[in-house]
Design a protein. Structure first.
Length: 278
């Protein structure tokens, strides 16, 4: 009798073990199938991306993220969708994906890349210094984020070059406003705008003209000493500039005649040389 009970118990153990083994095998198969499905879905999305249909590809990448949110393919899919949109100028879609990526995957190793593409989305939409103020502000914000948080990356290096160009645009806007005030004889706001260019955008191409315009305005208002100070500053830093020449033509009435005399002397020397070879 005891032996029969033992046999029953042994059979019971065998059944349990075989069932658990079977369940384990089923679980492994399911995991393998799930991974294969993820890879297949990602591959389908990437295939559409390569074909150039970034809108459809973006939807497919979003499906991968929704179906497999805990996998590495989820974050990759968001980045790929964003890059696809960015590559064909769908900036609003790209920005939406990138902002979502940055908020959701805060410790992701490619966070610097996400910030870089996000900055470029705004940077590429800057068309004119008269418009696009919002795009300029946001591009500067994300480029500065790269420089501060990821200083040793290639993205940060390029961000510095892009910020230099943005500074040129901002200086151009100040010059546009300053000229606007000059045309309407609003001298004080015009002077303030030109000074802003000199003080805040001293590495841009507009500094020379801004200094000359300050010479002009102060000279016209009878503030000759101030005009001469700005002319001296212009001459010290940009002696070969056409704006330096224009300022000294304004302040020194003999400037033109002196230059003319030099020119006459050169012409006289050339005439003498020609006579020697006749």
């Amino acid at each position: 009798m005891k032996f029969i009970h033992f046999l029953k118990f042994l059979v019971f153990l065998i059944l349990i073990f075989s069932c658990s083994k079977k369940d384990e095998n089923i679980s492994i198969i399911k995991e393998q199938n799930l991974e294969n499905q993820m890879i297949e879905a990602y591959t389908d999305a990437y295939r559409e991306f390569e074909r150039g249909d970034v809108i459809f590809a973006g939807k497919k990448f979003n499906e991968v993220e929704l179906l497999y949110p805990q996998s590495i393919w989820a974050s990759r899919s968001v980045l790929m969708a964003a890059y696809g949109y960015f590559s064909q100028g769908y900036y609003a879609y790209a920005i939406n994906e990138l902002e979502r990526f940055i908020n959701k995957y805060k410790n992701h190793p490619q966070l610097d890349y996400a910030y870089y593409i996000l900055a470029l989305c705004h940077y590429d939409q800057i068309v004119s210094e008269k418009k696009d103020t919002n795009e300029i502000i946001k591009a500067k914000k994300y480029f500065n984020t790269l420089i501060i948080n990821y200083p040793d990356t290639d993205y940060a290096l390029d961000a510095k070059f892009k910020l230099d160009y943005i500074r040129e645009i901002e200086a151009s806007k100040e010059m546009y406003l300053a000229r606007y005030y000059v045309e309407r004889q609003k001298w004080i706001p015009a002077i303030n705008r030109f000074k802003t260019v000199i003080n805040n955008y001293d590495t841009t191409i507009y500094v020379e003209e801004a200094l000359h315009r300050l010479v002009e305005i102060h000279y016209m208002l009878g503030l000759v000493d101030e005009a001469e100070n700005y002319a001296s500053l212009l001459g010290y830093n940009y002696q070969s500039s056409k704006w330096y020449e224009a300022s000294y033509k304004l302040l020194d009435k003999n400037y033109v005649s002196v230059k003319k005399n030099v020119s006459d002397q050169r012409e006289g020397i050339l005439k003498k040389l020609k006579k020697l070879f006749k």
